[in-house]
Structure formats: C-alpha cells, structure tokens
Design a protein around this ligand. Structure first.
Ligand code: GTP
Ligand code: MG
Length: 370
C-alpha cells in the first residue's frame, strides 16, 4: 500500500508539520512527523488544508509512458538505428569515422562540426541511417534492462588480424539477448596478417553463421583505413533495415532514450536523446528519469539548432533541471507540475530502494559477524 510520512506530506503541501500533526489528531490519528500514514488518510488531510490531491503512482507514471497505442495508419517509415559493437581496438571508432568521412566528402560542405555520440548519414541510394557511437557494452545492457531498446541493428566489428575475442563474444550475446539482427564487419583486411576466414570459422563456434559459410548473417570485409567495403557495408545495413520495416508515429508526444548526458559548464545539463516515438519540439515539457525540464533548444548532429526532432533522430536537448543517466527514458508530458511530480516520485522511489538495499547489506554484515 502507498504511504507517506507526515513530514513529507507537510513538505509537499508547504504546510507546517505541527499543523499537519494537529489536523491528524483532530481526525483521531496520533502520528509523529516520521510516521507513515496511508494514502487515503493523506488525501483526507490534503483536502482539509484546501489543497488539490494529485496522487502519483507507478500506474500513473506507466500511463504517461505507454498511454499512446498507435493506430497502424499513423505509423510512418523511420531510419534504422545502428550500434557498432566489438572487441577493444578492433576498429569501431575508425569505422564510424570512415563512414562519416565518406559522407562528408560526398558533399556536406560544412562537414561534421560537433560530436554528439550519435549521428545520421545518407547513403548513395538516399537511405538515411542513424549510428550510435557511444554505447559501450555496459550502457547497452543498462539501457536494455530499463526497457529502452534503442538499437535496431548491431554491426559487429571483428579485426581480421585478431579474430573473435572476449568482447566479441559479449557483443554477440548482447545482440542475441536483445533479438537484434547482426551484420559482421570484418575489419582491417588491408593488413598483411589479415585472415578473414579465421574470423568466419571462429564465429561458427558462437553460432553466428555468416553468408560466406552458407548462413544468414551478412558479412562484409572492410578496411577503415583504405575505405574498402564501406559502401557494401552501408548497403548491407540498408537491406537489413528494409527487411525490418521499421515504423513509428511522428505525430504524438515524444519519447526518446538518453544516449549520453553531462553537465556542461556554459549550457547546463545537456542530454543526447535518440527520439523513438513522436516529435520533440522546442518548448515541450518533459520528464526524463528523475529529472524534468522544458526544451530550451535542440541541437542536431551537425551542431545546428533545430526546431524539432522526429523518430530515429538524435538531438542534444537543453533545458533540463538536472543531469539524467544514459538509458533514461524521456517523455513529453502536458504540464510542468506533472513533470515535476513524476520526477520527484521516481527520485523518492530510487532513494527508498537505495535505503532498503543499504539496510539489507548492514543486516547481512551483522549476520556474518555473529
Ligand atoms: P576501442 O574504442 O578502444 O574499443 O577501440 P576501437 O574498436 O574503437 O578501435 P579504433 O578505431 O580506436 O582502432 C584501433 C586501432 O586499429 C587504431 O590504431 C586504428 O588506427 C587501427 N585500425 C582501425 N581500423 C583499421 C583498419 O581498417 N586497418 C588498419 N590497418 N588499422 C586499423
Ligand atoms: Mg573506440
């Protein structure tokens, strides 16, 4: 059952604790400030003080998040979101840079001015792809455990001179657990010591059967250094995306996932958010994890200010009251009061969980000593 301490209730109503205790007493309830009272009693007291009751519960929060059941006819195609994974030093960043650079030289005169950990590229065929740069394995797992499935496709980078390594296996397991299709990029094929065949046979042991081995996982030989195979890789991604028939409703309150966030000296808390549903606009009020805010500015992956961001678009969001965590979900809500309530509710819940966890540990430690 939901409860609230007398002190907390007074605090939320901005009334004096003594007055709340007195009011409780007049209703036949003897309670000190640290005592918890049930929700119905709290409601009675709140009304006596002439305040409006707004109960925020798990269900309400869920409501805000999953309220919209999209009508199939409102769903429009959206770009795929691709995460690059693989063992340390196998060339993930180099590959991303190379993909981005081919794009830049292909006419984006201004080039990439800013790095926000996620960006979009357009292939020669005009397909728009969203790449996620940052998520390490830990972030990927934490996002998934919070239900923020951000990735549609995993590109598994395996260096041809090193073959399958521990983090390659981890990445395979992540992709499988998330039921996300995988494309294998066999990198560094420019190296004299490169042995792509070893990569393919190594992968067999982990039940990844690539097309070259008559399986159904696309594999592409690439070199981030020479640019070999990059077009083929992009085509493979576009093909995989087509099969997935990715769709989203751009015409609803935005929902997105935090890719990364930090406290910027000049700009305050800044979060890079990947929009998943709806369209986020300047002025929108939102809750994100235990934080909330009102969109002051949106900045795209080119460093330009934009008025809005739709499905699969990564944007920097300014206007937060605090710094959220990677994996937090952002939801646009109607009012600032609602945003604040949900954020506070979540913060309290987290605090209680931490306290409970702390108490449990202490007890365990005591038991061990005894
Ligand atoms: P972490 O982020 O540390 O996990 O590494 P990473 O997977 O991002 O690898 P990164 O792109 O930093 O590349 C590691 C090293 O491999 C660098 O010295 C790159 O220059 C080199 N490298 C990456 N791709 C290629 C390639 O295609 N050919 C050759 N010869 N070297 C490459
Ligand atoms: Mg890297």
């Amino acid at each position: 059952p939901e409860t609230i301490t007398v002190a907390e209730l007074a605090n939320r109503m901005a009334e004096r604790v003594a007055d709340v205790v007195k009011s409780l007493m007049q209703n036949g309830i003897m309670a000190t400030q640290n005592q918890a009272i049930d929700a119905d009693t709290a409601e009675l007291i709140i009304e006596e003080f002439g305040h409006r009751v707004t109960r925020v519960s798990d269900a309400d929060v869920e409501d805000v998040i999953t309220r919209v059941e999209d009508n199939p006819k409102d769903l429009l195609p959206r770009p795929p979101v691709i995460t690059i994974m693989g063992h340390v030093d196998h060339g993930k960043t180099s590959l991303l840079d190379a993909i981005r650079n081919t794009q830049v030289t292909q006419g984006e005169a201004g080039g990439i001015t800013q790095h926000i950990g996620a960006y979009q590229v357009t292939t020669k065929n005009g397909d728009l792809l969203t790449f996620l740069d940052t998520p390490g394995h830990a972030a990927f797992t934490s996002m998934r455990s919070r239900g923020a499935q951000v990735t549609d496709i995993v590109v598994l980078v395996v260096a041809a001179d090193d073959a399958v390594m521990p983090q390659t296996v981890e990445a395979i397991n992540h992709a499988k657990a998330a039921k996300v299709p995988m494309i294998v990029a066999i990198n560094k094929v420019d190296k004299p010591s490169a042995n792509p065949t070893k990569v393919r046979t190594d992968l067999l042991q982990h039940e990844v059967v690539v097309e070259e081995m008559s399986g159904d996982v696309q594999d592409v030989e690439v070199s981030a250094h020479t640019g070999q195979g990059l077009d083929t890789l992009l085509e493979a991604i576009a093909l995989q995306a087509e099969i997935l028939e990715l769709k989203s409703n751009p015409d609803r309150n935005a929902q997105g996932a935090v890719i990364e966030a930090q406290l910027d000296v000049g700009r305050g808390p800044v979060a890079t958010v990947l929009i998943q549903h709806g369209t986020l606009r300047q002025g929108d009020i939102f809750v994100v994890g235990e934080q909330f805010g009102k969109v002051r500015a949106l900045i795209n992956d080119k460093g330009d200010r934009v008025a809005e961001a739709g499905p699969s678009v990564p944007v920097e969001v300014l206007g937060l009251n605090g710094t959220p965590e990677a994996g937090d979900v952002l939801n646009v809500v109607e009012t600032e009061a609602q945003a604040r309530e949900i954020a506070e509710y979540r913060a309290n819940l987290a605090k209680e969980k931490r306290a409970a966890a702390g108490a449990a540990t202490t007890l365990e430690q005591l038991m061990k000593k005894a």
